[in-house]
Design a protein around this ligand. Structure first.
Ligand code: GCV
Length: 835
């Protein structure tokens, strides 16, 4: 009993402790307004009765108490028998039939599905939440609370809910030292200094958030796996994480290194067909299951990006997957074998080479050779989580093999949580694409869930990479991507708009102005980001050999990584046609391949992904490719500055903390969008030699270059890639203090001064801005950016508004370097106020 009271206290703390920091994400359980609360109070029972003593049932009961307390201000009383009054009654079908046969619950449900059902008996109304398994009961409890939070009726319930697919997992790319590969929300919640953390509070709270979405598995370490993870002293530590997740129905999985039999097991081989290796995997699996009886399985990245794999021994991926799968099989575990296998040393000069072909080329010939507990985990597109890609053709090519789609929740190529990008609209496009494997509709979602070919396993994997930041992601608005992933994994037929609205209402409340603004921004944000980072299927034009963040148009070219867009002075795009190109389009079923193969039917959004065309090529819209590139970049940058304007009226309508945090993020993004706009359009102007029909590219009203200013101490430097600094140059201070003075020569009036400077992450330089002798602004360049050098990722902007300028005024910027940061300046731009 004492234990239960303690658990209740623990469960009650998050909302109170963490206030509006974003810690609780969409599980705010904020008090309903009086009118709505009254509506529910009239029908909501005062009692919760639970049957069964599984930890998941206990979680469900406590969650109901917590949620109803928060939203309705009432504490449910706990009863252990069906009371003679209205009650919320929870338990599996089997438990309820045994303990309360008078409820006469007849149904058959899928595993993890649930059934909220109102039963009236002897004048008492019972709100039943039942399911085939314990986990389903927990999901049903969260669903009931969601209904209340969204203002939906709970008076007459009778809707059975079934998850679309059995597999709804997340992967975390956490390293044992506590860093996270492609994580943008702080250090690992699982690991620190080579061990599992002592304090697993965050793991418990993460499990709860995952459960609220119906996510049932989590692999807790980087797919670039440290072999030490399978050492015997690690396994009890992993068991602690499994114990912490278990009350939330989340099963633990591990990413493994294929060389482990040799590196950990000290065998002289890791050949998957070697009997000693087979025995090693078996005994390792047995050892894990002794410590973690509900262990979910392994994730394996092999023969990819430097990871070892079966190719060392001329074995196939099926040999590798099956060797491990057979060790897991007796325990009910699965292995996710990643389809992300490609050669990153390809000859870029060979126009027939194509990384996009790799997944299909590697796995299609093996269809039918994988055991039933192997799942091929396939990234949504054939390259690597770019801002837009077509669906991987492999989805349509496996008939006798389980598959799962891998979606990236963490925003690696999509703004790294510094840019607002809501990804469900992108995922929906892939999930809904009809791959035409049969005459009837066969969308990707049906294929990956196992429905089309009646596979025993299949589903959704999201790479999430949350961290210790109070709001988990480093950006409040990025939380919507995890929410969207979970909701789509449960029901991919939901619309992106519905998900955005639900998430906004649950996270920020019901104020229509708030919902319309935030959901509207979310819905348009993918297109906005694409517009300024890589339209028409160019892929994200970022530094693909570095941090994958800032603009670097040429970084993808002339190297073996294969993310080529092949832009040169004659044209742009990668010819992937079957007729003249790499043959990639031949990997789709004929109807889909034909649609992309013909320029007449290929959607504009993907034209440069599959065709090489001259810059003058006219799109379906009638616009030339080059003009579209210019226009989309200006539209994208303008859209972000509108987000800032749209956000400002929300002051006072949401909590101050999140208001200010998001405002700062959007203002930063607005500056970055201009960096991208200018860099990409200048690059294409230089490459194509075709001017912008609207005269914007290369002409920046009110801009004064730092290298042309009157410099004291500052020295001119060349920035690489050159398009990431205006005019290709910036100024750096190599002394203790430097100054750059600009003479204002425009019309007098109220103005906005934009200072474009660089903010690298190895120092915190200071800047001070004077008009004449008057200090008008100062700041420290200490933002969280991934770059140590002057480039697109470190280019930052400071906007000083409400300044009156007169002809001849001197604007002087003083820079004081710190550490490796040189207080570098790019330009100053003066805009008349209101522009
Ligand atoms: C975990 C991309 C990322 C890598 C990642 C890899 C993968 O290449 O940049 O960080 O490695 O995908 O998915 O395995």
């Amino acid at each position: 009993m004492l234990r239960k009271v303690a658990l209740l206290l623990v469960l009650l703390t998050p909302a109170n402790l963490h206030g509006e920091t974003g810690y609780n994400m969409w599980l705010q359980y904020a008090a309903l307004d009086d009118a709505s609360a009254r509506r529910y109070r009239d029908v909501a029972p005062a009692v919760v009765t639970s049957f069964g003593d599984a930890p998941t049932i206990e979680s469900a009961r406590q969650e109901l108490i917590l949620g109803i307390r928060g939203m309705l201000g009432r504490t449910l009383r706990i009863e252990s028998r069906l009371p003679a009054e209205a009650a919320i009654v929870i338990g599996t079908l089997a438990e309820l039939r045994r303990a309360a046969p008078q409820l006469a619950l007849a149904a058959s449900l899928e595993p993890d599905g649930y059934w909220p059902k109102t039963v009236r008996l002897n004048a008492n109304g019972y709100t039943i939440i039942t399911a085939e398994n314990d986990r389903g009961v927990l999901y049903g409890a969260f669903a009931l609370l969601r209904k209340i939070a969204l203002g939906e009726s709970i008076a007459d319930l009778d809707q059975k809910q079934t998850p679309y697919a059995p597999i709804r997992w997340v992967n975390e790319w956490d390293n044992l030292d506590g860093t996270i590969e492609r994580g943008y929300g702080g250090r690992s919640i699982f690991w620190n200094n080579g061990r599992v953390r002592e304090d697993l509070t965050r793991v418990r709270d993460y499990g709860r958030l995952l459960a609220s979405l119906g996510i049932n598995g989590c692999s807790i370490n980087n797919v670039n796996a440290n072999p030490l993870l399978l050492s015997s002293d690690m396994i009890p530590q992993v068991a602690r994480i499994a114990d912490t997740f278990r009350p939330w129905g989340v099963r633990v999985a591990l990413a493994i290194d294929f060389g482990s039999p040799q590196s950990v097991g000290k065998l002289n081989t890791y050949d998957p067909l070697d009997p000693a290796v087979i025995a090693w995997w078996k005994s390792k699996a047995d050892e894990i299951y002794r410590a973690v009886p509900d262990f979910a399985g392994f994730v394996l990245k092999a023969d990819s990006e430097g990871r070892v794999g079966p190719s060392t021994y001329n074995r196939t991926h099926a040999d590798a997957a099956n060797a491990v799968a057979r060790a897991l099989k007796p325990h009910g575990g699965v292995i996710f074998y990643r389809g992300f296998v490609y050669d990153h040393h390809m000859d870029w000069q060979n126009l027939k080479n194509d990384r996009a072909r790799a997944a299909y080329d590697n796995f299609h010939p093996l269809d039918g050779q994988f055991d039933d507990n192997v799942v091929i985990q396939i990234k949504n597109g054939p390259i690597d989580f770019q801002v837009r890609e077509p669906a991987s053709p492999l989805f349509g090519a496996l008939e006798k093999t389980n598959q799962a789609i891998e979606l990236q929740v963490t925003q690696e190529y999509t703004g790294q949580a510094r840019h607002l990008v809501f990804l469900p609209p992108m995922w929906k496009e892939t999930l809904d694409l009809d791959m035409r494997v049969r005459d009837s509709s066969t969308p990707v979602k049906a294929l990956i869930s196992g429905r089309t070919f009646r596979r025993p396993a299949g589903g959704f994997v999201g790479v999430v990479n949350i961290g210790l930041d109070e709001n988990w992601f480093g950006n409040h608005l990025s939380q919507a991507n995890l929410y969207g992933f979970g909701r789509l994994a449960w029901d991919p037929d939901l619309s992106a708009r519905q998900i955005a609205e639900e998430w906004t209402r649950l996270s920020f409340g019901d104020d229509p102005k708030v919902v319309e603004t935030i959901a509207g921004m979310q819905i348009s944000s993918w297109r906005t980001y694409e517009n300024y980072t890589g339209p028409l299927g160019l892929q994200t034009l970022t530094d693909i050999v570095g941090n994958h963040y800032g603009v670097a148009v040429e970084a993808s070219e002339r190297n073996g990584w294969g993310q080529w867009h092949r832009a040169d002075e004659r044209g742009v795009g990668m010819d992937r046609t079957a007729a003249t190109g790499t043959g990639f389009l031949g990997q789709y079923r004929p109807a889909v391949g034909r649609m992309y193969e013909s320029i007449a039917t290929c959607p504009d959004d993907l034209i440069l992904f599959v065709h090489h065309v001259p810059y003058t090529h006219l799109l379906h819209s009638g616009k030339s490719v080059i003009q579209y590139i210019y226009d989309s970049h200006y539209e994208g940058a303008e859209a972000v500055s509108k987000y800032v304007r749209d956000w400002k009226p929300l002051r006072g309508r949401i909590d101050d903390k999140r208001y200010e945090d998001v405002l700062a993020q959007l203002q930063y993004q607005a500056g970055q969008a201009v960096v991208w706009r200018d860099a990409v359009s200048a690059w294409f102007l230089r490459a194509s030699g075709i001017p912008d029909a609207k005269g914007r590219v290369g002409h920046y009203a009110g801009r004064m270059e730092a290298e042309a200013a009157n410099l004291t101490g500052y020295v001119v430097t060349t920035v690489t890639p050159r398009e990431t600094a205006s005019g290709g140059k910036a100024v750096e201070c190599k002394a203790a203090r430097c100054a750059a003075a600009f003479r204002y020569d425009g019309d007098p009036g109220w103005s906005e001064i934009v200072v474009q400077y660089f903010d690298v992450n190895n120092g915190a330089a200071r800047f001070r801005v004077f008009i004449g002798n008057q200090l008008v602004d100062e700041w420290t360049a200490a933002d969280r950016v991934p770059s140590r050098i002057l480039d697109g990722g470190s280019s930052a902007r400071r906007v000083i508004s409400g300044i009156v300028l007169r002809k001849g005024d001197e604007i002087r910027i003083e820079g004081m370097p710190d550490g490796g940061e040189t207080a570098a300046l790019d330009y100053v731009e003066i805009h008349a106020a209101g522009n």
